[in-house]
Design a protein around this ligand. Sequence first.
Ligand code: AMP
Length: 222
Amino acid sequence: MNIILLGPPGAGKGTQAGRLVSERAMVQLSTGDMLRAAVKSGSPVGLRAKAVMEAGELVSDSIVSALIGERLDAGGTDAGVIFDGFPRTAPQAEALDLLLAERGRSLDYVVELEVDEAALTERVVGRFTCARCGEGYHDVFKRPVKAGVCDVCGSTEFKRRPDDNADTVATRMAEYRAKTAPILPIYEARGLVYRVNGMADIEEVAGAIGIILDKGGALDAF
Ligand code: AMP
C-alpha cells in the first residue's frame, strides 16, 4: 500500500507516519527528514538545501524527486510506503506517478489532514524532540513528565528545528497554500482523497486513518 499524508506544516504528518511505521511495518519517506540528514552530513544536496529550508521555501523538485527515487530503489518498502511531505508541488506529483509506475506500483490513498491554520503556528513553534530517540514534545501540549528528561529514553538532550520559528512558519504555510494545496484536485479527480480532522487528538487521528486504510477507504472517517 502506498499512501500520501498531505497537510500544512504542523498538521501531524510526521506523527501519524510514525504510528503507521510502528503499527503496520510501513516505511516513512519524509523528504524533510532526508534533506535534514543531507544538511547534517554536509553533502552537495545538503549544502544547496540548507538556506532554502531555513527560509521556509521549497527545495527544487528535481532534488526531492531524486531523493524519493533513490529511497524506493534501496528496497525494504514492500509492506508499503507513506509519503510524508512529498509531493509538495504539481511537478512533484507528476514525478511521483512516474517513479511509482516505473517500479510497478501505484498510489492507494491520499489522506489530507485538515487543520485550523491559526492554531498551527502555535503547534509548530512550540515543538521539540528528544535528541537521542526522537520522541516528540511540545512546550504547551506535551511536556516531558519530568522536566528536562525524555519520557521514553531518559535523555536530557532535546532539539528544535531551526525552521520552527514564527517567521519561517509563515513562509512555509504560504508555500503550502500556493503550491501544495493545488495538487489536491489532481488526486480528487482520481478518487484517492480522504479527509481526516487533524485537530483531533493524536489517537483519534490515528484511528481515523486506520479506518480509511482498513476499509479500503469505504468511508470518510470524520
Ligand atoms: P518538512 O520536514 O516536511 O516540514 O520539510 C522541511 C523543509 O524541507 C521544507 O520547509 C522545505 O524547505 C524542505 N522540503 C521538504 N520536503 C520538500 C519537498 N517535497 N519539496 C520541496 N521542499 C521540501
